[in-house]
Design a protein around this ligand. Structure first.
Ligand SMILES: *[C@@H]1O[C@H](CO)[C@@H](O)[C@H](O)[C@H]1NC(C)=O
Ligand SMILES: *[C@@H]1O[C@H](CO)[C@@H](O)[C@H](O)[C@H]1NC(C)=O
Ligand SMILES: *[C@@H]1O[C@H](CO)[C@@H](O)[C@H](O)[C@H]1NC(C)=O
Ligand SMILES: *[C@@H]1O[C@H](CO)[C@@H](O)[C@H](O)[C@H]1NC(C)=O
Ligand SMILES: *[C@@H]1O[C@H](CO)[C@@H](O)[C@H](O)[C@H]1NC(C)=O
Ligand SMILES: *[C@@H]1O[C@H](CO)[C@@H](O)[C@H](O)[C@H]1NC(C)=O
Ligand SMILES: *[C@@H]1O[C@H](CO)[C@@H](O)[C@H](O)[C@H]1NC(C)=O
Length: 512
C-alpha cells in the first residue's frame, strides 16, 4: 500500500510539474530525415515535387543546402536545417561566423522556406566529445543571431543526441544521463527550457532489439498488440509499457527530471528500422521495417503520448526517406530508407486512415491476418463476426475446401479477416477486429489455399487487385549528388551494451 501511495504522489509530482506551453505539443507529426549518400539523388526541384506528391510535410536536412532550401520556398514543407559537426568549431568560436551562418542559411530563405529548427551538430556528445565545451556556445551564438533577426520565436535551436547518453534506460523511471556528460548537458537543457526548444533524440529501438534477441519479444518493439502478460511494467511507477518506443521516450523524460529539468519536451529526430541487413541481421527485413514504421506512424498520429506523459506525443522524424546506397557496411546502413533514390518505394507503409502522411501507400498488395498469440475466444468471436454479419466469403475454410487445413481458429480467422479486408477495398479500419488482426505485405497463401487479394488469383475478375503503379509515376529523376558532410562513422550503436544489460534487468523485474 505504501508503495502504491508513494507511486501516486510521485506520478502527481511528475505530471503537475510539466509545462503546458510549447509549440511542440500542438500537433504531433511525422517527418523524414533526408540523408544524401544516395547515388541518384533527385534534383532539388524533383525532391520537393516528390515530397509534395507523397504529402510529406516535415523534413530534416543534415546541412543547409541552399538549392534545396530555395526549392522548398512556398512549398509549406517545414524543415529542420543542421549545422554539420565540422562547422561547430567555427561557429562556436566566433559570433560573427554564427551571425553569418544565420544570415546565409536562415534569413536568406525565411519565411518563404519554413525553417522550424536548427539542429546544431549531430550526436556531438558521443561522436566528437572534444566539441562538448563549444556546443552550448555555438547554440547561444546562433540564438543571439536569431534574436537580432527577430526569428527566435519562430525557429528553435537544439542538438540531436544519441540515446546512449542515457544509462539504465529500463525501467524508464531509473534512467539517468551519463554522469560525466552532465556538466555540459545540464546548461544545454537549461538553454532549451529557456528558449522553449525541444531536446532532439535519435532513438534506435532496432539496436536495442539486436542486443536483446530472445529476451524482449519482437512484438514489443513492433507495436504489435500485446497480451497483458507481455506488457512491461515499471516497478517504480507501475506504468505499463506496451512498446519499447514509449519506454525509451519516457527514459529521456525521467533522465531530465533527475536533473530537475521539467520544461523541455522530446522531439525524436531519428527513428526507424532497416529493411535489409547482412547474415547477422535477420530482423532487418522489409516486413519488420514496414510493420515498425507503419505502426510508429499510427502511434504518433493517434496522439496517445507515453505512459508517463499521455498528454504529450513526441513528433518523430523517420530515419530515413531514401536508402543511402553509398553508405559503408554493415548492409543495414544502406537500407533504412522508405524509398530508393529514384523515388520508387522500398516497401509500402500501411498508414491509410492515419491522416494524410504519404500518398499511395497501397500500391502493392496487402493482406489482413490474425495476430499471433491472441486469445482464442476473442479470435473465434471475430471469426464468427467476419463470416456472419461481416459477410466475408468463408467458403474456402469449410471442411474439404482448399483453406480448411491447417484446421485451427487462427488460420480460419486469417482467411476470413483477409476476405473481409479485401471486400472492403482494404479500407482503413477494415483490418482491426478489436486488435486481433493486422495488415501484412506477405502473401499468406499456402499450397492450394489462395488468400483473397493474392496475386495468384489476380487474373480472376472477382479478385482483381487495384494495383495501379502510382508511386512510380513520380518524378523524372536526374542524376544529382550532393556532397554530404554528415555522419562519418557508424554512430548509431553508441553504448548499446548498457541499454542491453539494463533492458535485461527490466524484463526480469517483471517476471519476478
Ligand atoms: C557572443 O555572443 C554571446 C552570446 O550572446 C555573448 O555572451 C558574447 O559576449 C559574445 N561575444 C563577443 C566576442 O561578442
Ligand atoms: C559516459 O561518458 C563518458 C564521456 O563521454 C564516456 O567516456 C563513458 O564511456 C560514458 N559512460 C558510459 C557508461 O557510457
Ligand atoms: C533537484 O532539486 C532537488 C530539490 O530541490 C535538489 O535536492 C537537487 O539537488 C536538485 N538536483 C539537481 C541536479 O539540481
Ligand atoms: C511490388 O510488387 C512487385 C511485384 O510483385 C515487386 O517486384 C516489388 O518489389 C513490390 N514493391 C514493393 C514496394 O513492395
Ligand atoms: C494515388 O493513387 C491514386 C489512384 O489510386 C491516384 O489517383 C492519385 O493521383 C495518387 N496520388 C497522388 C498524390 O498522386
Ligand atoms: C467465394 O469464394 C469462392 C472461392 O474463391 C468463389 O468461388 C465464390 O464465388 C465466392 N462467393 C461469393 C459469393 O463471392
Ligand atoms: C483503381 O482505383 C482507382 C482509384 O481508387 C479507381 O478510379 C479505379 O477505377 C480502380 N480500378 C480498378 C480496376 O478497380
Amino acid at each position: 500500500m505504501a508503495i502504491l501511495i508513494n507511486t501516486c504522489i510521485f506520478l502527481l509530482l511528475v505530471c503537475c510539474c510539466f509545462p503546458t506551453t510549447s509549440s511542440e505539443r500542438d500537433e504531433p507529426y511525422v517527418g523524414v530525415n533526408i540523408g544524401t549518400d544516395v547515388s541518384n539523388f533527385p534534383s532539388p526541384s524533383d525532391l520537393v515535387s516528390f515530397l509534395q506528391f507523397q504529402k510529406i510535410t516535415h523534413i530534416r536536412l543534415y546541412d543547409a543546402d541552399p538549392q534545396i532550401l530555395k526549392s522548398l520556398a512556398k512549398s509549406k514543407i517545414r524543415v529542420i536545417i543542421s549545422v554539420p559537426n565540422n562547422q561547430l568549431l567555427a561557429i562556436g568560436s566566433s559570433n560573427t561566423t554564427a551571425a553569418t551562418w544565420i544570415q546565409r542559411n536562415v534569413v536568406a530563405h525565411y519565411p518563404e522556406t519554413l525553417i522550424t529548427h536548427i539542429a546544431v551538430g549531430d550526436e556531438v556528445f558521443t561522436t566528437i566529445p572534444s566539441s562538448n565545451p563549444i556546443l552550448l556556445t555555438a547554440m547561444q551564438s546562433l540564438y543571439s543571431a536569431l534574436v537580432v533577426a527577430n526569428l527566435h520565436q519562430n525557429i528553435k535551436i537544439s542538438t540531436p543526441c544519441s540515446a546512449s547518453i542515457i544509462l539504465d534506460a529500463f525501467p524508464p523511471s531509473q534512467a539517468f544521463f551519463n554522469q560525466s556528460l552532465v556538466p555540459t548537458l545540464l546548461p544545454i537543457l537549461e538553454f532549451l527550457g529557456k528558449t522553449g526548444s525541444p531536446l532532439m533524440m535519435n532513438l534506435y529501438p532496432y539496436y536495442v532489439f539486436m542486443e536483446n534477441k530472445g529476451v524482449v519479444p519482437i512484438d514489443n518493439f513492433l507495436f504489435k498488440p500485446l497480451i497483458p502478460s507481455k506488457e512491461m511494467v515499471d516497478p517504480n511507477t507501475l506504468l505499463h509499457y506496451t512498446n519499447v518506443f514509449d519506454a525509451m521516450v519516457d527514459s529521456v523524460y525521467f533522465s531530465m527530471r533527475n536533473l530537475n529539468v521539467t520544461n523541455v519536451v522530446v522531439l525524436v529526430s531519428e527513428i526507424g528500422w532497416p529493411s535489409k541487413g547482412d547474415s547477422t541481421e535477420s530482423f532487418a527485413t522489409v516486413d519488420n521495417a514496414d510493420t515498425y514504421n507503419s505502426n510508429l506512424i499510427k502511434h504518433v498520429l493517434d496522439r496517445t503520448g507515453t505512459p508517463l506523459h499521455p498528454e504529450i506525443t513526441s513528433s518523430v522524424f523517420l530515419y530515413e526517406l531514401f536508402n543511402e546506397d553509398l553508405r559503408s557496411p554493415p548492409i543495414s546502413e544502406a537500407n533504412w530508407g522508405l524509398f530508393y533514390g529514384n523515388t520508387t518505394p522500398v516497401y509500402l507503409l500501411h498508414v491509410a486512415g492515419s491522416g494524410t502522411f504519404l500518398a499511395n501507400d497501397t500500391t502493392n498488395q496487402t493482406y489482413c491476418i490474425a495476430v499471433d498469440g491472441m486469445d482464442l475466444r476473442t479470435l473465434q468471436a471475430a471469426l464468427d463476426w467476419a463470416c456472419g454479419p461481416g459477410r466475408a466469403n468463408c467458403s474456402e475454410i469449410q471442411p474439404g475446401e482448399a483453406c480448411y487445413q491447417p484446421n485451427n481458429v487462427r488460420n480460419h480467422a486469417s482467411y476470413a479477416f483477409d476476405s473481409y479486408y479485401q471486400k472492403e477495398g482494404r479500407a482503413s479500419g477494415s483490418c482491426d477486429f478489436k486488435g486481433v488482426a493486422t495488415v501484412t505485405t506477405t502473401d499468406p497463401s499456402h499450397g492450394s489455399c489462395i488468400f483473397p487479394g493474392s496475386k495468384k488469383t489476380s487474373n480472376k475478375p472477382k479478385e482483381m487487385v487495384n494495383n495501379s503503379d502510382e508511386a512510380s509515376g513520380a518524378q523524372r529523376v536526374k542524376s544529382f549528388v550532393i556532397v554530404s558532410s554528415r555522419r562519418t562513422s557508424a554512430i548509431h550503436k553508441g553504448s548499446r551494451y548498457f541499454i542491453a544489460v539494463a533492458l535485461l534487468t527490466f524484463v526480469f523485474l517483471f517476471l519476478l
